[in-house]
Design a binder for this molecule. Structure first.
Ligand SMILES: CC(C)(COP(=O)(O)OP(=O)(O)OC[C@H]1O[C@@H](n2cnc3c(N)ncnc32)[C@H](O[C@H]2O[C@H](COP(=O)(O)OP(=O)(O)OP(=O)(O)O)[C@@H](O)[C@H]2O)[C@@H]1O)[C@@H](O)C(=O)NCCC(=O)NCCS
Ligand SMILES: Nc1ncnc2[nH]cnc12
Length: 290
């Protein structure tokens, strides 16, 4: 007679990375109180988004992240074949997202940023420092995808109007908002004993201090962008999310950005990218398991 084997089948590298990416998106959505963004309290500056939709959207992207990681393992180098494969998978992921959300754009920027990072991590699971993964992701983002449509997206429109560098350039530069702002602040606030949720809020604010968020520019112009950057800096200067006076400033920033209709959706995506890189790097999960 055989003993019943109750051991779970080990996850593949691609399964694991897709799990981490979706976890990062859900953690970002749940984090509260985020200024003018969807969170556990409400819809921020949005009329067509809510937390349940953000969760459903995040879960709908799991197959795309897994497929990107598998393509990276199979192709194994940063070249046009891999770039075009993940471009195709990313577009299919966008369709899955839009089907799930009934046409609302919840995570377009996140598919781009986290898709590149998942792909870059899967290529070399033993080289998972945030720097190394971001550098490989940047090299991929610099390659052309011949099949990518060139719509006049919101990002493209504000690039024309304000000369702003958006999601594409952020990736091509190796995610400076994540490596120079989000991750260092996350680690600093943790080291200061501020607690995980406050550390994540501080990381989001640090990203907001300097980002040309095309979502904010499109909705609220340069006035909105300046309010976002200066307001985020004011919260950090007041002691961050863990301090009483920082919390007061955060509440004021929330009200001000909602009044301006200025939702920092790009910064939210980059917080998710920060959480993903932190988890890949900190847990050593990939090196140990594969
Ligand atoms: C290369 C692409 C990223 C396309 O970039 P582009 O700038 O041309 O396109 P957008 O459609 O504007 O999307 C960019 C999204 O990236 C986020 N973002 C904004 N600024 C930055 C920044 N500085 N750095 C990083 N990321 C940034 C942001 O995403 C969030 O906002 C979304 C909501 O935005 P929007 O639709 O404008 O929303 P609303 O104002 O609410 O709209 P309405 O209410 O009016 O309807 C939300 O999704 C957040 O995620 C920007 O929106 C890339 O997407 C691309 O080429 N894709 C093609 C397929 C592909 O290759 N995939 C990648 C495979 S890895
Ligand atoms: N929490 C959030 N609220 C609004 N837009 C977003 N885009 C990505 N995350 C978001």
């Amino acid at each position: 007679m055989h003993a019943l084997n109750l051991q779970a089948k080990p996850l593949s590298l691609a399964d694991r990375l897709a799990d981490l990416a979706v976890d990062a998106l859900i953690d970002e959505a749940d984090l509260s109180p985020k200024p003018a963004l969807v969170d556990r309290r409400g819809n921020g500056a949005h009329t067509d988004l809510h937390l349940g939709l953000m969760h459903a959207s995040a879960l709908s992207l799991w197959p795309a992240f897994k497929e990107m990681a598998e393509a990276a393992v199979e192709i194994g180098e940063v070249d046009s074949t891999l770039r075009e494969a993940i471009g195709r998978i990313g577009r299919e992921g966008e369709q899955a997202m839009l089907t799930t959300t009934n046409g609302v754009n919840t995570h377009r920027g996140a598919i781009w940023a986290l898709g590149l990072l998942v792909t870059a991590a899967a290529m070399e699971p033993k080289s998972t420092s945030a720097n190394a993964v971001s550098l490989r992701a940047a090299r991929l983002a610099l390659l052309d995808d011949r099949h990518a449509p060139k719509p006049l997206s919101h990002g493209a429109q504000v690039a024309l109007r304000y000369g702003a560098r958006g999601a594409r350039e952020e990736a091509q530069l190796g995610f400076p908002s994540v490596l120079q702002r989000g991750l260092p602040q996350l680690k600093r606030s943790r080291a200061n004993g501020h607690g995980e949720q406050n550390a994540r809020l501080d990381a989001l604010l640090a990203i907001m201090t300097d980002l040309a968020d095309t979502c904010v520019l499109y909705r609220a112009g340069e006035e909105g962008l300046q309010a976002m950057q200066l307001g985020a800096q004011a919260v950090l200067d007041a002691g961050g999310s863990a301090s009483l006076s920082g919390r007061r400033r955060l509440h004021e920033l929330d009200q001000q950005l909602i009044a301006l209709n200025a939702s920092p959706g790009g910064a939210a995506d980059l917080l998710a990218a920060t959480l993903l890189l932190d988890r890949i790097e900190r847990d050593g999960i990939l090196q140990g398991a594969f």
